[in-house]
Design a protein around this ligand. Structure first.
Ligand code: AHR
Length: 498
């Protein structure tokens, strides 16, 4: 059995967790909106056509913010097509995903849905095929009380009160050649600066996310961040990061070692943000919005076969397995370890499209990745402690990867300490010890484990809990020391309190 130690000190904190780190994403793509969150003909639909079974599952995930309406989709979107009387809304081609968008669901429906799902909106504007003028208009439509053309138009559409959307994305993946209106860093940086300036003139209370790189593998990575921030440092509050991982080579140790790559990505972006801050002699820091992250590869081949111009296709419908759930846990631990700078993050996406929740005409169910997300989102509220992990490592293409990924979250109000731990070892269990003498009289309140004998095990509508967490009853604190054995390939939540 391998051995590891966790060292923490209640005074050595990384930072408070911004609850928006548990965000997600709904794009007009595949069956995310239509047949996902909205399906008027479904027996589960409420009076507005929203799927209440899906809302119930989203509430279990405890998602405080949802990014909308894209993604690549937003770079060709006319938000005006999705507001007003439904019978007057145009059907348009969507060049991001080569489908027909009916516009039967739009901005106002999304805001109604967000309320029902106990979440809030992170709204993206189109900086691909559009620009400053439209960004100005949508902020006016959403956030001004009234007395102007677009705010009155919102009222005419039946929304007397402003939506008051606080967080806005300045476009999407503008570094990507696949993006409609793809730009150089300089072009995008200037546009982001001027669009952001005007949007904040309409509503100074909003916060803005500028586009960073679409992944660490982009050729322009680094130079992109530097140039973009050099142009829009004053207007931006956050810089985005996007990253998806896959196990195409069927090499699970390498796949799980992606937490090392993710950590390196985050650290690099923080360095660039701070370098621009130093060059500009600024006091404000730019925070990180990891607003697309997940595993994505299972559906790639299938998606290549899709016919153009259909409506609501099964697209990006990855069926997740147990090892994907392990990586999702590891990715969340990695982001939490940077809670001082990663303030927003969005699991991409939420329903049907590379998603923890799947729907059919007969119901909605939870994929494997639902569980680590729900556990960390519900248990990971408070302050991240600087968690020093001393663990054996293995070689990977990203460098030495620790077998153990872990982070401790202290909640002073509730007087709890929660340990998240992922044992990536596929053969061996791991004995973990943690000195808890500073946490006098704390004992184990709950120990929840996610494991499975088969790395490729999946959940289905018929068996949504094939891969699901179980409670462990035997874990104890003895003489101020937690000593726990983590099974091979397993994720754990250990909650301690008085
Ligand atoms: O989430 C799916 C797609 O991945 C998004 O539309 C895009 O931003 C990214 O490339």
């Amino acid at each position: 059995m391998k051995k590891s130690t966790l060292s923490i000190d209640k005074h050595f904190i990384v930072g408070d967790i911004d609850k928006r780190i548990y965000g997600s994403f709904i794009e007009h793509l595949g069956r995310a909106v239509y047949e996902g969150i909205y399906q008027p003909e479904s027996p589960f639909a409420d009076e507005q056509g929203m799927r209440s079974d899906v809302i119930g599952l989203i509430q279990k995930l405890n998602v405080p913010i949802v990014r909308y309406p894209g993604g690549n989709f937003v770079s060709g979107y006319h938000w005006e097509d999705g507001v007003g009387p439904k019978n007057e809304r145009p059907e348009k081609i969507d060049l991001a995903w080569n489908v027909i968008e009916t516009n039967q669901f739009g901005l106002n429906e999304f805001m109604d849905w967000a309320k029902k799902a106990d979440t809030s909106a992170m709204m993206a504007v189109n900086l691909g095929t559009r620009g400053i003028e439209d960004a100005k208009n949508i902020v006016e439509y959403c956030n001004l009380k009234g007395g102007s053309y677009y705010s009155e138009l919102r009222k005419k559409h039946g929304y007397e009160q402003p939506h008051d959307i606080k967080l806005w994305c300045l476009g999407n993946e503008m570094d990507g050649p696949w993006q409609m209106g793809h730009k150089t860093a300089k072009e995008y940086g200037r546009l982001a600066a001027e669009t952001g300036r005007i949007m904040k003139m309409v509503d100074p209370s909003i916060e803005l996310v500028a586009c960073g790189s679409s992944g660490l593998n982009m050729d322009t990575f680094g130079a992109w961040e530097d140039t973009v921030l050099s142009e829009c440092y004053d207007q931006a509050d956050y810089l985005s990061l996007h990253q998806y991982y896959g196990n195409q080579d069927n090499n699970t140790p390498e796949f799980l070692a992606n937490t090392v790559a993710m950590d390196r990505f985050i650290t690099a972006v923080i360095s660039i943000c701070d370098a621009v801050k130093a060059k500009k002699r600024k006091t404000k820091s730019i925070h990180l919005s990891f607003d697309e992250w997940n595993v994505w590869y299972h559906s790639n081949e299938q998606d290549k076969k899709l016919e153009r111009w259909c409506k609501v296709p099964h697209q990006l419908e990855d069926i997740y397995n147990f090892e994907d759930a392990l990586l999702v846990a590891g990715m969340m631990i990695t982001m939490l370890r940077h809670a001082d700078r990663v303030k927003v993050a969005c699991l991409a996406q939420l329903v049907n499209v590379i998603a923890p929740i799947m729907t059919s005409d007969t119901g909605a169910w939870m994929q494997t990745i639902f569980y680590p997300f729900a556990l960390i989102s519900n248990y990971g509220r408070g302050t991240v402690l600087n968690t020093v992990v001393k663990a054996p490592t293995y070689e990977s293409k990203h460098g030495d990867a620790p077998y153990l990924d872990s982070v401790c979250v202290m909640n002073e109000e509730e007087e709890t300490l929660t340990i998240f731990a992922l044992n990536k070892d596929l053969e061996d269990s791991m004995e973990v010890s943690c000195d808890l003498r500073q946490f006098k009289d704390y004992e184990v309140k709950e120990h929840i484990m996610l494991t499975h004998s088969d790395l490729k095990a999946i959940n289905t509508e018929e068996q949504p809990d094939n891969v699901a967490p179980v409670h462990v009853k035997t874990t104890k604190v003895i003489d101020g020391n937690l000593q726990v054995v983590l099974n091979s390939k397993s994720f754990h939540v250990i909650k301690l309190g008085k």
